[in-house]
Design a protein around this ligand. Structure first.
Ligand SMILES: *Cc1c(COP(=O)(O)O)cnc(C)c1O
Length: 419
């Protein structure tokens, strides 16, 4: 459920009519709903009521906006970060360091040092090499790094190849067949407080079975490691729960996910960490855009909007679907190709799509754009970076300025030897 609904013929975000935002901030612009973010946070938390000890760490990469992180931090969420930049954001948004988990296969020495110095709660180590490097850096500081070993459980998440992370040939984690040896080797190191395991098999999962299989394999590994005398006190189950991108699409609910987790992890006797991203933020945002013009085609017309693949990359990257709706729909419908202005055919949001009839100047939204939307934006074609707005009841605020080509050029230099 979200708070983007038609009232008196006009789409609102909570109590704010979207045309008011377009008027004040211009388009394209991402619009997030605080009430929806809070609702999703509550639903996810309540779904895990049966888990006695847990930390829910929002996957910052899904939506790193400081205001969004502030909203979720106030809900008790921590942060799952995959770079020093994301860690800085989480800290700046007021999330306590102990609630920050650092994942990622390519953490640099500089990033590891920054995280050690910030006192974050846990490193999810993705290789033996990384663990050795981290332990040495911790020793230099006279501390021990709290760590979980990320395991690649070799399950097919059944999602898009580019967002699948738990198959043996993916770059993430250590192979489950090697996990016991690597855990034992790393646990011996001074500077290393290896206390758990982590897993994350992919994103936009439409089926709970692969997750259940992965968690089951983790359970077996926990038993094996404990039998050898290792203390396993923390287990990170990652994120990955999918969201409906099409009206009417059915996906496993947080409640079903929570029930499965409670079942599989019964008796684990460890603190569980969750890293949801998309399921919290996806349907809490839309990308508001204006139709530049409608161009006749050989078959279907092209509805050319002022948003493009640089603002919302998912359709170009993964062939992803986003529902597309008029802000002030009439009764007419049309079949159209929805495209942006960028000079690439990949800049296509939808082909042969049935949608509300639209004319030049009309406003429309791409739904379910609150996760992996603005965060993936680029300035390709010198279009600048898209603005972001947060709505709260009948008020709204710009939470990220539009960064135009001028501001980007301010960071560029022409060396004098070119004169
Ligand atoms: C991307 C990612 C997540 C979040 O995935 P969602 O599908 O958005 O829930 C969680 N953990 C890790 C390690 C990730 O890379």
């Amino acid at each position: 459920m979200d708070h983007f609904v038609i009232k008196d013929g006009i789409m609102h975000a909570e109590d704010v009519p979207l045309p008011a935002i377009a008027e004040a901030v211009g388009t394209p612009v991402y619009v997030y709903s605080r009430a929806t973010l809070e609702r999703h946070a509550r639903v996810f938390r309540e779904a895990l009521d049966a888990v006695p000890e847990k930390l829910i760490a929002f996957a910052v990469k899904a939506n790193p906006n400081l205001a969004v992180l502030r909203v979720l931090g106030a809900q008790g969420f921590g942060a799952d970060v995959v770079s020093a930049g994301e860690m800085r954001r989480a800290l700046k948004a007021g999330i306590e360091p102990e609630k920050i988990v650092f994942s990622g296969v390519g953490k640099t020495a500089v990033e590891l040092e920054a995280a050690l110095d910030s006192g974050i709660g846990q490193f999810n180590i993705e290789s033996e090499e990384e663990g050795i490097e981290l332990a040495a850096l911790a020793v230099q500081r006279g501390i021990a790094a709290s760590c979980a070993l990320r395991v690649n459980p070799d399950v097919d998440a059944g999602t898009h190849d580019k967002i699948s992370t738990g198959k043996a040939d993916n770059k993430f984690g250590v192979p489950i067949s090697e996990a016991e040896r690597i855990f034992t080797a790393l646990a011996k190191l001074e500077g290393m407080n290896l206390r758990g395991l982590a897993v994350h098999i992919g994103s936009q999962l439409a089926d709970l079975a692969p997750l259940e299989r992965a968690f089951g394999r983790l359970g077996t590994l926990i038993d094996t490691l404990r039998k050898q005398g290792h203390a396993i006190t923390h287990v990170d189950l990652g994120g990955g729960l999918g969201v409906p991108y099409r009206k009417g699409e059915e996906l496993p609910s947080p409640a079903e996910y929570g029930a499965m987790v409670a079942h599989v992890t019964r008796g684990w006797d460890a603190k569980l960490i969750f890293e949801p991203g998309r399921v919290i933020a996806g349907n809490a945002g839309v990308l508001l855009t204006r139709v530049v013009r409608v161009k006749r085609g050989i078959s279907d017309p092209f509805v050319i909007v002022d948003a493009a693949m640089n603002d919302l990359a998912r359709p170009a990257l993964y062939g992803a679907w986003h529902d597309f709706e008029a802000v002030e729909p009439g009764t007419e419908r049309m079949i159209a190709n929805i495209v942006g202005p960028i000079c690439e055919t990949g800049d296509t949001f939808a082909t042969g799509r049935e949608c509300d009839a639209l004319e030049a100047g009309a406003l429309a939204v791409f739904r379910t754009a609150g996760a992996y939307g603005a965060t993936m934006a680029s300035s390709y074609n010198s279009r600048g970076f898209v603005a972001e707005v947060l709505v709260d009841g009948d008020r709204f605020a710009v939470v990220a300025d539009r960064i135009d080509a001028g501001a980007i050029m301010d960071a560029e230099r022409v060396p004098e030897w070119l004169d």
